[in-house]
Design a protein around this ligand. Sequence first.
Ligand SMILES: NC(=O)c1ccc[n+]([C@@H]2O[C@H](COP(=O)([O-])OP(=O)(O)OC[C@H]3O[C@@H](n4cnc5c(N)ncnc54)[C@H](O)[C@@H]3O)[C@@H](O)[C@H]2O)c1
Length: 253
Amino acid sequence: MRFTDTVTVITGAGAGMGRATALRLAAEGGKIMCLDLSAESAAETAELVRAAGGAAESFRCDVRDRAAIEAARDYAIKSFGAVHNLVNSAGALTMQGLADTDDAGWNLVMDVNVKGVFLMLQAFVPEIERAGGGSIVNITSIEAEVVVASGENTQPHYACSKGAVKTMTRTLAHDLGRKNIRINAIAPGLIATGFGGSNPGSERYQQYVHEHSALRRAGQADEIAGAIAFLLSKDASYVTGAQLPVDGGWLIY
Ligand SMILES: NC(=O)c1ccc[n+]([C@@H]2O[C@H](COP(=O)([O-])OP(=O)(O)OC[C@H]3O[C@@H](n4cnc5c(N)ncnc54)[C@H](O)[C@@H]3O)[C@@H](O)[C@H]2O)c1
């Protein structure tokens, strides 16, 4: 019960890693504010948490929208009185390469993955500071470290966006350390959520994962949730500015 009496705000909480993290933290006593672009899926996650005996609320929030984030922050404070932790899991990917990345693809990926994290930090860090400190986890990717070319080519805009969040995490660890706030990143390998339109059931996906991960399988969302719970908890009280790969050994090659 490492999260008793704490409130955690999660973006992208309507699916995948965000949902798994909501369920995991709530199972350890935490109260959860589920944010997602989809009001329905955020509400569904909150309902799943409550059905399991936990405490959760939901709010529709597009992380590209400063006003929506500020409204979500106000709702979190109204609902729970404080915010201690933040997980930035919302993400976007378009399967576009150098030649075919148009303005729409570039802007979507950069705005959700980079600006969205920045706007969330701007809005929520003062609240976490007011609560006496806390912990933040951003989700990057192994693509911040190595080239991943699962299709015909890489997705350079996506890889750049995750590299940017890695740097943001390290840079802000300096500023937030003096506020008693830790900030870390998790770099997932291939996780079977269907993110970006991927099909974890397909032969091509299975083969790609088999070739690149030491564990010869894709990860599951709750395996990321476990690592997020560690970084948010007091078990990681001296860890900040770090990026933890949770990738089945992808980065050893
Ligand atoms: N699944 C993987 O293999 C993998 C690997 C490395 C990194 N990641 C990263 O992990 C994070 C979580 O991905 P996932 O696998 O859980 O994906 P997912 O598609 O299951 O969940 C992503 C959630 O983010 C929400 N979202 C998208 N745009 C949003 C916006 N503008 N505002 C608010 N919410 C928004 C979606 O509605 C969805 O509920 C992402 O940042 C992704 O880049 C995923």
